[in-house]
Design a binder for this molecule. Structure first.
Ligand SMILES: Cc1cc2nc3c(=O)[nH]c(=O)nc-3n(C[C@H](O)[C@H](O)[C@H](O)COP(=O)(O)O)c2cc1C
Length: 325
């Protein structure tokens, strides 16, 4: 068993987290991750209302008595969701771990701290990790350029971002983006992280609530099968490559504006992909790590495999490479 500051802080067996995933971070997946001894996060905004989130938290509790958390993704919007009400639903439901992402969590920190909630803030740059630590978060999850979803605009891959962040902060840190197996976990620990956070790899598991065709496509896809959309708008998102995401890139690279792609990137089209397996209906987040996803295991098989192989890697392969003169 690998014990780190992360496993100790959050009371889990393995230094592995499943980050928030819109439409995917639901009770079945999160309870599966918790029962496997890792830390899963429900995605608050997947639920249409704060009341629905409270019900989803209760549903998760029926499936596990292990720790799990809720992801609160804060995105600037003209008509934002009622973040404070979602936050209060989390607190009133007795959840004690929150993953914040998207925007700095300053506004919500005093309330979370007062409620005794541990906050892990996910960000994509060293300066944001430093800021989050100064705001009093308990841990940071740092997303490299490889990641699914929003990698930021700096384009720093994990190999540099993780040790740079480890040098700059003192609180526990998860390495995120591009992790999918034991080799990645051991590398992350060597780079100074206390564990890994995964999205795409958990998307392709039995418990993930998306259509089987999406999971099979992720097994088929290589590390080259992602697109970076919204680059010219400086709101980059890494999504699976398909006819829709390639069209979005073409339109924006050709000088188009958001209004020209609004319909193509609509959430309802993405739901069509996840719910009905219509792979060309819309866009869906996926990372470069697709290139090392070769199967669709249960969450327990995946977590056990990563933990067991990581221990063997450290104790046998790496130890065997070391010669003391
Ligand atoms: C389908 C999907 C949806 C995601 N939605 C969110 C989200 O709503 N909020 C969030 O903070 N991160 C979201 N992410 C990012 C993940 O939590 C995680 O940071 C990322 O996937 C890590 O990179 P990886 O995919 O290479 O493991 C999403 C990722 C995927 C694959």
């Amino acid at each position: 068993m690998l014990t780190t500051r992360f496993t100790e802080l959050f009371g889990v067996d393995h230094p592995i987290a499943q980050g928030g995933m819109q439409w995917v971070g639901r009770a079945e997946l999160v309870a599966g991750v918790a029962n496997a001894g890792a830390l899963g996060f429900l995605t608050a905004l997947t639920q249409p209302t704060p009341e629905a989130l409270a019900k989803e938290i209760a549903r998760t509790r029926e499936m596990t008595d292990r720790p799990f958390g809720v992801n609160l993704t804060i995105l600037p919007a003209i008509d934002p969701p009622p973040y404070e009400e979602y936050r209060d639903a989390i607190i009133e439901s007795g959840v004690t771990i929150v993953e914040t992402a998207g925007f700095n969590p300053q506004e919500h920190m005093p309330t979370f701290t007062e409620a005794g909630i541990k906050v892990i803030h996910k960000c994509t740059s060293v300066r944001h990790a430093v800021k989050a630590q100064a705001l009093g978060v308990d841990a940071v999850s740092i997303d490299g350029f490889e990641c699914a979803g929003h990698p930021g605009e700096d384009d720093i891959p994990g190999l540099v971002l993780i040790p740079a962040a480890a040098d700059a902060i003192s609180i526990p840190m998860l390495a995120s983006g591009g992790f999918g197996d034991a080799r990645g976990l051991v590398a992350a620990l060597a780079l100074g992280a206390d564990g890994i956070n995964m999205g795409t790899r958990f998307l392709a598991t039995q418990e993930s609530p998306v259509h089987q065709r999406v999971k099979e496509q992720m097994v088929t896809n290589s590390e080259r099968d992602t697109e970076l959309i919204f680059r010219p708008l400086r709101n980059t998102a890494r999504v699976a490559s398909n006819s829709v995401s390639r069209k979005v890139v073409e339109i924006l690279d050709g000088g188009g504006e958001f209004a020209d792609v609004r319909d193509l990137v609509a959430g309802a089209r993405g739901r069509q992909v996840f719910d009905h397996g219509d792979l060309e209906a819309g866009i869906w987040s996926a990372g470069m790590v697709q290139g090392i996803i070769n199967d669709i295991p249960t969450v327990a098989e995946l977590v056990d495999r990563i933990a067991t192989e990581a221990t063997a890697l450290v104790q046998r392969r790496l130890a065997g490479l070391t010669t003391v003169r």
